[in-house]
Design a protein around this ligand. Structure first.
Ligand code: FAD
Length: 357
């Protein structure tokens, strides 16, 4: 598939292009139904049911492959029909639009849940394993280093692409290697930690797009099971004390700007509790935007823009959304240059991913 074709699918094409994309998508859906009749395939599925924000209109198709093999077959069928899918973990870092995405095919990793210890003691987990389950499995096997992840509500796949982190830890500290399917080539790659080029809430996968993470190997030091459990309890209590876990959200709305804390800046400009429609800057933690009931994606978007504008005006600091805002060509039109890095793209150069399995 050419870059151009992928962009057409995912960047809300207009006119004739849109019609061609729609035709391709319908052909792809028919092909999937015929070749993979047992696969769960939800059509016109509201995304509010699949994300922690509880916001979002219908997506044209959402498939839930049973295992890695059926996921690979599905992706091959999609590629034959010029469709680049978007992967979905637990949907804890995404804002879906109310209007829906009628040209998008989503593939959920919900059923990719295999997890075991390898003979050399490393921990293998498929993309859909929740980070909480991963951390708890590590603790049961007296492996330290994942305590920080036990309260992050995402999956291994979503956490890896975002390089999720908390309380001084990040997944990049414990990942040994990642196996991904590079969609444009329909090839598997195994990347070492260094090759993943992790950065703060980012990775090679996020920057280049087109990579579906299938599984991750974690290298963890031995530790004391009781001490690991105590640390996990302590961090999760801190989280419960500080974060608005009783309301739908997508976690921290903005990345931490260098030298500052986003929540402190938002608090200082007096926007704690600031509300647009059903969306609110959390009264408990100004770094979170919560859905107080019936929030639309536009409420959240307008609120993010207002906060970003006010912080820039009063503090001179540009906040960059950590939440992934769909569709990807949403423009952050306010003060300062357009924000890069919060968008999902499905294209990218394969040259950085070099080790083939
Ligand atoms: C209450 C709350 C607390 C949070 N606390 C934290 C925290 O402490 N630290 C932190 O870092 N984050 C936190 N988050 C945000 C979120 O949980 C993380 O970013 C998490 O890693 C996202 O994982 P996910 O499976 O939900 O990904 P999703 O939201 O489903 O997806 C995120 C991105 O990853 C892509 N993706 C998902 N799976 C794959 C895959 N297998 N292959 C390729 N791409 C994939 C998606 O296409 C999307 O672009 C919090 C969120 C909430 C709601």
């Amino acid at each position: 598939m050419s870059d151009i074709e992928q962009k057409e699918i995912n960047r809300a094409p207009q006119g004739e292009d849109s019609a061609r994309c729609r035709e391709n998508l319908e052909k792809a859906i028919a092909a999937v139904k015929e070749a993979l009749p047992g696969m769960t395939l939800l059509e016109h599925e509201p995304m509010s049911a699949h994300c922690s924000f509880k916001i979002g209109g219908p997506v044209r198709a959402l498939a839930v492959p049973e295992d890695v093999m059926s996921l690979a077959r599905l992706c091959s069928l999609l590629k034959d029909n010029h469709i680049a899918p978007m992967m979905l973990g637990n949907g804890t870092n995404i804002l879906f639009p109310d209007e829906g995405l009628d040209l998008l095919f989503i593939v959920s990793t919900e059923k990719l849940q295999k997890m075991f210890l390898l003979p050399d003691g490393a921990l293998y987990a498929e993309a859909g394993v929740p980070l909480a389950r991963l951390a708890s499995f590590a603790q049961q096997n007296c492996l330290a280093g994942l305590e920080f992840a036990s309260g992050i509500p995402g999956t291994v796949g979503g956490g890896t692409i975002m390089n999720a982190g908390a309380y001084g830890g990040e997944l990049k500290d414990v990942i040994e290697s990642v196996v991904c399917l590079y969609v444009p080539e329909q090839r598997l790659y195994e990347l070492s930690n260094e090759q993943c080029a992790f950065a703060y809430r980012s990775s090679l996968f996020k920057r280049m797009g087109g990579c579906l993470i299938l599984s991750v190997v974690f290298r963890l030091p031995a530790g004391d099971g009781d001490a690991i459990a105590a640390k996990m309890r302590e961090l999760n209590e801190r989280r419960r004390d500080k974060q608005p876990l009783d309301l739908p959200s997508a976690g921290s709305a903005f990345k931490r700007p260098e030298g500052y804390y986003a929540a402190a800046l938002i608090d200082e400009v007096g926007l704690k509790g600031y509300t647009v429609g059903g969306a609110q800057v959390s009264e408990k933690h100004a770094g979170f935007v919560v859905n107080r009931g019936g929030a639309t994606s536009h409420d959240v978007y307008d609120l993010l823009m207002h906060v970003r504008g006010a912080v820039y005006k009063e503090k001179g600091v540009q906040l960059e959304p950590e939440i992934i805002i769909l569709p990807p060509d949403y423009k952050l039109e306010d003060f300062g240059p357009a924000v890069k890095g919060n968008v999902v793209t499905f294209t990218g150069a394969p040259e950085e991913a070099s080790e083939e399995t």
